[in-house]
Structure formats: C-alpha cells, structure tokens
Design a protein around this ligand. Structure first.
Ligand code: C2E
Ligand code: MG
Ligand code: MG
Length: 475
C-alpha cells in the first residue's frame, strides 16, 4: 500500500479530495446529461434523445441489410379539452399517468418485442414517440399500436372534481417503417407525423404511412404556400348569397370567400379553410373577409339598403386566438358601419368544442360590439345540449344544409322539425340554408322557419351581381 501508515498525511488527504471531486463531477455530468436528454415531467426521453437514438438506429440499419425498425408517433385525443377545463395541474397528472401506461404496456409483453423505457419519448405537449429498433414483421408494429390504444382507452381516475370521477382519452398513432419509409431522421419524423394526422381524422386509431399520403402532404404544403402568396391580391374575393324572409324579400346576405389559384381555377372554401386554420393564415384572411364585406355593406347602405344585414363566417381559430371582439370593433369603426347590422356565424362544432370558453368569447364580442348578432351555423351536426344552448348569447340557429337539401329523407324531416321546435322554445330565429326546391321552401315555411337561403333563390354571386339582386329586392 503506497500510503502505508501515512493515511493522515496531507498528500493522502489532497488525493482523496481530488478523487471525491472527480466522482462528484462525473456524477453531476451524468446528471446534466440526464437532464438534457429527459423530459422533466414524465422522465421519458425527450426530443434530443429521440434524435440521437434514431440516428444511431439508422447507422445500424445501414450496416445490417435485413434489419427493420419502426417509429410510432402518438398524439392524445381529447387531452386539450382536459387541460383547458380541468387546469394544467390535472393535465400534467394525466400526462404522467399516460407515460406510466406506455412504459407498462410496452415492457411487460415480450412476445412482440421487448421495448426498453429508453425507447419511449415525449416530444412536448401530448405527443409521444416510440422507437421499435427491432421488428420482424410489419404486423408487430400494429400489435404494439393496438395495445397502446386499448391501454389509453381505459378511464383515468381523477380526484377533487365532485361527481366527475374519471375522464376518457384516446390516442391516434402514425407508424413509419424503417428504412422502408425513410432513411433519414427528418423524412421519418415528417412521414410519421403525416400518418398520425390521418389517424386523427379517424380518431383513436393507428395508420401506417403510405406514399400517397406524402403526395397529399406535399399538395397541402403547396396550397399553404400559394394561400400565403394570395394574401392581399385579387386571388381572393368575397361572394354573397341572399337571405330571405317568407315573402322572399332580401333581408340580408352571407359573405362567402372565393379563392382562385393562379391557374384560373376556383378552389372551394371547404378545401382551403382547414389549411388556413392549421397554419394560422385564417387570421389575416378572416380579417380581410370582414373588412371587405363591411365595405360592400357600406356601399349598399349608402345606396338605400339601410336595413340590410351582413353575415360573416368566423372560424374556430379566429374565435380562440384572435382578439376578435377588438378586431371587429376596429374594422367596423374604420369602415363606418353599424355593428347592429352585423351577424357572425359560428359553427356548432366550433362552439361545442369548448363551450365554456366559447361562451366567454361570445359574451366578450357582444359586450364590445353593441347590437351584434351571433348565429350557430351548420346546426344539427354537433352535439349541443339544451343547457349550453340556452346559455349561448346567440339569436339564430342555421339548420345544416345537408338536412335541408335532402329533406325528403324521413330522418332528415324529423331532424329539421325538432331543430325548429328547439329554436322556437329557446326564442331563436331558425334559418334554413341549402333550399333547392319550391317544395322544400313550402314545407319549411309551413313549419314556421323564419329565414331562407339556397340555390332556389340564388347561388352566391359577386358584389356587382348582388347589387343587381338587391335592386330587384324580391326573388
Ligand atoms: P356555410 O357557412 O354553411 O355556407 C353555406 C354553403 O352552402 C356555401 O358554400 C353555399 O354556397 C352553400 N349553399 C348555399 N345554398 C346551397 C344550396 O341550395 N345547395 C347546396 N348544395 N349548397 C348551398 P361555400 O361558399 O362553398 O362555403 C362552404 C363553407 O366554407 C361555408 O359553409 C363556411 O363554413 C366556409 N366559409 C366560406 N367562406 C368563409 C369565410 O370567409 N370564413 C370562414 N371561416 N369560413 C368560410
Ligand atoms: Mg355560414
Ligand atoms: Mg352552414
């Protein structure tokens, strides 16, 4: 022994201190590395860790030609609602529980493939990723996905919310096979994300990535790009469809956006509104529609149509994010029209997505814009409860056009009848849109519907053509 009996010597003590220092430095380095690579909340790996593991797997796969792997991209269904309504603390608790379930359901079962906890990552929010570094058959990835879905579907117990003792969540999973669906990290993550979005459309499902999806994703990207470029150009215009009373007199118009790409084709709103929503472009676009249609309304009013109403569609994102009450007041003041002539159309799905918050937003809008009206659009497709409906500060219910255009079907007749009754009992004006035949118009009139809209009277037309229709007055 080098130190022999000299343990008490200065040199020994210094050396010992150094070793201790090195030890604790190593420990804290390890700790730092741990922190850098792990998600604080769930202790799962984080995005950086995923990147590293994925790159390592890709290098290995390059050398071993028959080796296969898979990447699962998970997004919880319904988590946002929980977070918004029960608070972030409860949201965190649920995320931790999800992480635990993922670890358990993946580790225990060795039949398919033994996954280490190190192969599960949280990418932030309610997004998780699972890396399967060894896969024999494609089906194995599906088996893992199915197991995850059924685990997450089990109710989550919660405390402290009175009679609300548990909540239900779902999960959507996109799957990419490695290297079949991509040989680099960026491609794989992007494709997994694309497949996940497909799964989301189905809800509580898993979907394998395919190349057709990629083409669609590319198309979406191109559309996003040309939407962006169209802002502030002639490619956008606003069309109008008249809204009539029982006498077929025009009381108002609904503003409907039109978009033509540079190839000269018209792209229907149903195709691009959702893209504009996803990218946030709906905010400037929506403001533009509001301002343009208010300007047109002003011109019509100056020409003697003082009582004309303007209905403008508002998307979910506009209601959620924009400071909508202020935006409207600003536009209205700038253009010089009266808010009492303005009606906002919010779809039933949009307001029912988070009813409490929607009520706050709607109240905020009506407070800062005296006399403004709100209509629930596409009514009958969502899941409104009587309780919520009576609390919404709305004046109109617009029956979804799918029920009206196919009114001859028995179930649709029943739905239309009950919406009219519901509207009456709540003191709301019921509007029928999508009227294509005299027969349907007669029926709806008899049922005591108050306002009417549809191709029978007029298709949506340009500002100039609408001006002509207004001069005719009765359609
Ligand atoms: P919406 O608000 O329910 O508008 C009514 C849609 O029904 C319009 O389609 C209109 O052309 C169509 N329609 C009217 N009468 C009839 C009929 O008799 N038969 C049939 N089959 N269809 C009829 P459009 O213009 O293609 O708009 C589709 C949807 O796009 C709108 O549904 C609305 O949700 C959305 N949208 C349109 N413009 C805007 C906008 O400026 N902002 C936002 N956020 N959404 C908009
Ligand atoms: Mg509408
Ligand atoms: Mg509608």
């Amino acid at each position: 022994n080098y130190f022999g009996n000299n343990k008490g010597s200065q040199e020994y003590r210094r050396l010992k201190r150094n070793i201790r220092d090195i030890d604790s430095r190593k420990k804290s380095e390890r700790h730092l590395k741990y922190l850098a690579y792990h998600d604080k909340l769930t202790t799962l790996g984080n995005r950086d860790r995923l990147v590293e593991s994925l790159d390592q797997l890709l290098t290995e796969i390059e050398r071993q030609t028959d080796r296969k792997g898979a990447l699962l991209f998970l997004d919880l269904d319904g988590f946002k609602k929980v977070n918004d309504s029960l608070g972030h603390e409860m949201g965190d608790t649920i995320l931790k529980e999800c992480a635990k379930r993922l670890m358990n359901c993946l580790r225990k079962n060795d039949q398919v493939y033994r996954i280490q906890v190190e192969d599960i990552f949280r990418l932030g929010g309610d997004e998780f990723t699972i890396l399967l570094p060894y896969i024999k058959r494609i089906e194995d990835a599906a088996i893992v996905a199915m197991r995850i879905i059924s685990r997450i579907l089990e109710p989550f117990n919660i405390d402290g919310y009175g009679s609300l003792t548990h909540i239900n969540l779902g999960v959507s999973i996109g799957i990419v096979m490695i290297p079949q669906d991509g040989r680099d990290r960026t491609t794989l993550l992007r494709n997994a994300d694309t497949a996940m979005y497909k799964a989301k459309e189905l809800g509580n499902n898993y979907v394998f990535f395919t190349n057709e999806m990629n083409n669609m994703a590319v198309e979406r990207l191109m559309m996003e790009e040309s939407l962006r470029k169209s802002l502030g150009t002639e490619n956008f215009s606003v069309y109008y469809q008249p809204i009539l009373n029982v006498e077929r007199e025009i009381l108002g118009v609904e503003a409907l956006i039109r978009w033509s790409d540079n190839k000269g084709g018209m792209i229907p709103p149903e195709k691009f509104i959702s893209i504009a929503e996803d990218t946030g472009l709906i905010l400037p676009i929506g403001r533009w529609v509001l301002e343009t249609s208010c300007r047109h309304l002003k011109i019509w009013q100056n020409n003697g149509f003082d009582h004309l109403h303007l209905a403008v569609n508002i998307s979910a994102r506009q209601l959620e994010q924009g400071d909508l009450g202020n935006v409207i007041r600003e536009v209205v003041n700038k253009v010089g029209v009266d808010t009492a002539n303005l009606k906002l159309e919010l779809t039933e799905t949009c307001v029912m997505n988070n009813p409490e918050s929607a009520i706050d937003k709607m109240n905020d809008i009506t407070r800062s814009n005296a006399g403004i009206k709100i209509a629930i659009d596409d009514f009958g497709t969502g899941y409104s409860s009587f309780g919520y409906l009576s609390r919404f500060p709305v004046s109109d219910l617009k029956i979804d056009k799918s029920f009206v255009t196919n009114l001859s079907r028995e179930t649709n007749t029943k739905i239309v009848n009950s919406i009219i009754t519901l509207g009456e009992s709540l003191g709301l004006t019921v509007v029928a849109e999508g009227i294509e035949t005299e027969e349907h118009f007669t029926y709806l009139k008899e049922k005591n519907c108050k306002l009417f809209q549809g191709f029978l009277f007029s298709k949506p037309v340009s500002f100039e053509d609408m001006t002509k229709l207004l001069k005719v007055g009765k359609l």
